[in-house]
Structures are given as C-alpha cells and as structure tokens.
Design a protein around this ligand. Structure first.
Ligand code: BGC
Length: 283
C-alpha cells in the first residue's frame, strides 16, 4: 500500500544508495516494499537514542501516511539539551510575536516563517501636469499601485509568496506583472515589452520593510514574513503611465493615494507609513 510519491522517492534513493550493496550480495529481486521497510526500521526502534523514551509502536502495514490510522498517537519528545537552545539547533516553531489562539499551520504551507515579497510601486499624484499637495499637511501626495485581493476583497500591495528556490527580486517582478499588469494573459510580444519596463523600473528599489507580517492566516506555529521594496517612478513617465489590468489573485487594480485612513490588508498600511516618512510625503 505504498503510495506513488513514496515509491518514486524511494526508487531514486535505491538507485543512488542501494544498488552497489545489492550487486555485492548478488540479490536478484527485491520488491520496492521490502526496500522501504529496510530503510525505515531503525527509525521505528523501541527506545529513542540517549533516552528512556519509548516510541509508539508502528507495525509495517501502518508506516505509510496514506494508510488511515485514527489511533496513531506518536510520543512527543525533544531532548532536554535542545530545550536549552544551543546555537546549532532550530528555535521551536513558535510565533515570534506571541500566541494567536490557533496552533497548526492554518492555511500556510510551511511551519515557521512563510516568505512573501511586496513590490510597492509609487508615483507622485499629479493634476494638469502639477504635483498635488495635501491641503492640510501641505505635503505632496504619493500614490501606489494597489490591488483588491480576490480572497478577502481587501485592498493590498500586489505581493505574493516566494516560490521554492526563487530569488526575492524575481518574486517582486513576477507578482507585480501578474497582479497589476495581468502579464499572464498578454500576447507574447506585449508581455516582453511589459517585462522590459518592469526590469528597468525594478533595477533600483529601496527596502521599506523586512520581517514579520501581522497576517490573518498566522498561527502559533506558522506565520508570514515579507520583504517590501519600493520602486518609485519620480517623473511618472514610465510605470506611472502604464495601463493597469488586474490579473491572477487580484480582482481590481488602481493607483491609490497614500494616506493613513486607508485600511489595507495585513501590515500593508504600516509599510506605506514607513515609505512616506522616507519620501517626506503626505500621511
Ligand atoms: C501577500 C503579501 C503579504 C503577505 C503577508 C502574501 O500572501 O501576497 O502581499 O504581505 O502575504 O501578509
């Protein structure tokens, strides 16, 4: 009853590690299932090393996660030495900001930090070619490209999750292209043009924020972290003039005035506050 994914993984392991052993012993045929069981015997040994802790016994036919087993009740154990937090050990996956009232991963794929990236594309608000200043603060008004998220209808920065092995700089470009310019649905020639423009603008970004995000999906054991970068079109002549089209996870897109009254998704209002302070814009 080994599922296909396990079988494929183990076939690969077998090729790398086991073939010479089998050759030496002249084994003619060993089923994949037997190999799997051999590989996973010590890891089911009764007493856990350097302790008196006894594992919950797991029979051969219950090893596979795909086999339902409601009574499975594995023993929870972390060696006392690890609880003293030596420098080489991972900290426990505990939300660094404290309790959230929910354990497990909720909607998040990874234990611990789940990484996102947020491109904040800005321009100065203009009317009749002139920069608009706010009548209370007297400061120029910044605008940023905002999307309305399809999942919860909240306005947000067009960010997204960093894919495994992806550089954050690539995530920033990809997410902006997909959500604010609908690049996934453009014809190839147009897509190339948009890509070049984004590459040009995204060459010079400034980091606005890096770290924990107050995201509604966070739990005690899994939480969001992000890198928020600002790409500013000072003259408004490049991306500032682009036709915005919502795509992918975005239901709508627009240039939004930055001001403290805007209630945005997660910690996005906080990122924008950091940004306007740096550019001495209206808040
Ligand atoms: C969003 C980002 C957000 C992050 C943390 C991601 O799903 O796309 O914009 O900053 O979650 O809330």
């Amino acid at each position: 009853m080994w599922n296909l994914a396990v079988a494929a993984r183990l076939a690969a392991v077998q090729q790398v590690h086991l073939r010479p052993v089998f050759k030496a012993k002249c084994v003619t045929f060993v089923s994949l299932m037997e190999i799997v069981k051999c590989l996973h015997l010590k890891a089911r040994g009764e007493v856990y090393p350097c302790s008196e802790v006894l594992r919950f016994p797991v029979p051969d036919d219950k090893v596979d996660w795909a086999v339902p087993w409601t009574n499975y009740n594995p023993v929870d154990y972390t060696a006392p030495a690890l609880l003293k937090q030596p420098s080489w050990a991972d900290p426990p996956y505990r939300n660094p900001c404290g309790r959230t009232g929910l354990k497990g991963r909720g909607l998040l794929g990874r234990w611990g930090p789940n990484h996102a990236a947020d491109p904040i594309v800005t321009r100065w608000k203009k009317e009749g070619g002139k920069t608009v200043t706010h009548n209370c603060s007297g400061k120029p008004i910044l605008q940023f490209v905002a999307i309305c998220r399809k999942d919860n209808k909240e306005w947000a920065i067009p960010g997204g999750m960093v894919d495994a092995g992806e550089k954050v700089s690539a995530t920033l470009r990809r997410e902006f292209g997909e959500e604010a310019l609908n690049s996934l649905e453009l014809a190839e020639a147009e897509r190339q043009g948009v890509k070049e423009l984004i590459n040009l603008l995204f060459e010079a970004g400034e980091m606005v924020y890096q770290g924990y995000v107050d995201d509604p999906r966070n739990t005690d054991n899994a939480w969001m972290e992000t890198v928020a970068m600002n790409y500013h079109d000072e003259t408004g002549d490049s991306v500032g003039k682009l036709a915005l089209h919502a795509g992918d996870d975005a239901g709508a897109v627009k240039w939004m005035d930055i001001e403290k009254e805007q209630n945005l998704y997660a910690s996005h209002t906080h990122f924008l506050h950091q940004l306007v302070k740096g550019r001495n814009a209206h808040w």
